[in-house]
Design a protein around this ligand. Sequence first.
Ligand code: HEM
Length: 528
Amino acid sequence: MILVFLFSIFTIWLAYELYWKRRNLPPGPCPLPVFGNLLSLNDPPPGYEAFERWTIQYGDVYTFWIVDNFLISITEIEIKWLKVKHEVPPCLKNFFPGTKPFIMMNTFDKIKDTFVRDADTYINKTVPPSSILFRGGEHGVIDSNGATWRDHRRFAISNLRDFGLGKNLMQEKILIEVQEIFSKFDDKLAAGESDLEIPPAFDNAVANVINQILFGYRFDKDPEEFRNLKNIIEKPSELFGRLPVFLAMNIKFVEKILPASMYVKPFMDWKEETFAFFNKQIEEHKREVDMEDLDSESTDYVEAYLKEQRKREIQGDTESFTDIQLVNMCIDLWFAGRGTTTNTTTWAISFVLHHLEVQDKIHEELDRIIGSDRLITTADKNDLPYLNAYINESQRFTNLVPLNTQHATTRDTVINGYSIPRGTGVVAQISTVMNDEETFPAHKSFKPERFIDENGKLKKVDQLVPFSIGKRQCLGEGLARMELFLFLSNFFNRYQISPSKNGLPSMDKSSISRIEPRLFSAVLKRRR
Ligand code: HEM
């Protein structure tokens, strides 16, 4: 009797998972119960090909299912149908596995129609349980919504502008790092070494830039501090690169059944270390910043934030700019600003090692236009179409986020004739757009020439969207573009690279959570 009852419950659950909840959504790949479509991203990792296959099969919109809690997904999808507001008891929330739909927009036109033309409908983010666990709530800018997100995004963008983006100030900071990279490589060349590891020098440089913006100093005085910080930063790639942990981050059920030593304990240790580092910087600023003079120019983000917080407090607002928001903002800007830029820069160099003819063309252009060992600046940018085309193709080919961040609709809407309730997951699938064969023929080949027009000028291709589009578009885009240009142009102006005796860099992108190049070396030779 009990068996029959359990079997009936199981059958109803299966029917719900495989048919009922999918019936009013755009068709897409059949999800597995519990796992949804996530496991297909391993076929092969990191998932570009599955997304391409589904786009060919289903078109510009399809539904993709991600692991979630069964009853939460019921409340989100069926709330209109049930016409009741019901609270799910937390014990059930944690133990009923289910999947949650994400409506994927797979072409540039569809993303523009939705995320740009109807931007406010697509503005919210879905916040995974791991983020709440890590941050102590819905904090920061990457995983927050509403007024908190809007005010903090606006404040961060205006700060980046104040600290010199668009002026020479930011460029000067980056050029100091360019010279630091030169001196590291040159010292080794002078000592007779020529087969050199490439990523660490760029990693350090990018970290110095973002740390200057946030806290006002570079890591030159205390290399030990950077080493410690790097250990903290690199923990997530060890921790989150494994499938069970990745699943635990997204689904409470898996989090509960996984031994604490595999996920919760290392995760919480990592959280503690991260917060300790950032809180220490903030506390030092609190001691040093002159809070009597709130209108004087700030030299870094934390100083500007503390002053803004005090100004708001004076006006009676103690809610919007808080200490917990500040530490989460520092974490967001540090993490989003470092790995993305370092990875793109070092992938770009590894692509050249695989295509030395690209380096010949970069050098030919640099010799013709620059023709000396002077530092290249953003004033030279428009005169270097091939170099820009190379950077564009490197960003397209790096394709940093196979599955872009997950947004949620802020109101009921209609997509391709399907009624989509408020709160449904939506994704601007930029990796598929940048692998679109029609826009980028032979898209699996690295070809900077695709960004050069018949007159030899740089061709603007709207479908190149590594920073995404819409109101959540990357807020560090201006900074990242400046870094990529200054690091790569100056590096190739100074050095000729060739493959290391250890072989070519790996092109493997098989980590689930991050598109990170493996450590690699190259033989460097000074050109000037
Ligand atoms: C090559 C470098 C970079 C790439 C490819 C990149 C890419 C992206 C992408 C795809 C998103 C998601 C947009 C969406 O939700 O649709 C994003 C968001 C974000 N990025 Fe970047 N990024 C880069 C560099 C940076 C830098 C240097 C910073 C910081 C200074 C930064 C800070 C952020 C933040 C804070 C968000 C969240 C914005 C929001 O939710 O409003 N990124 N980035």
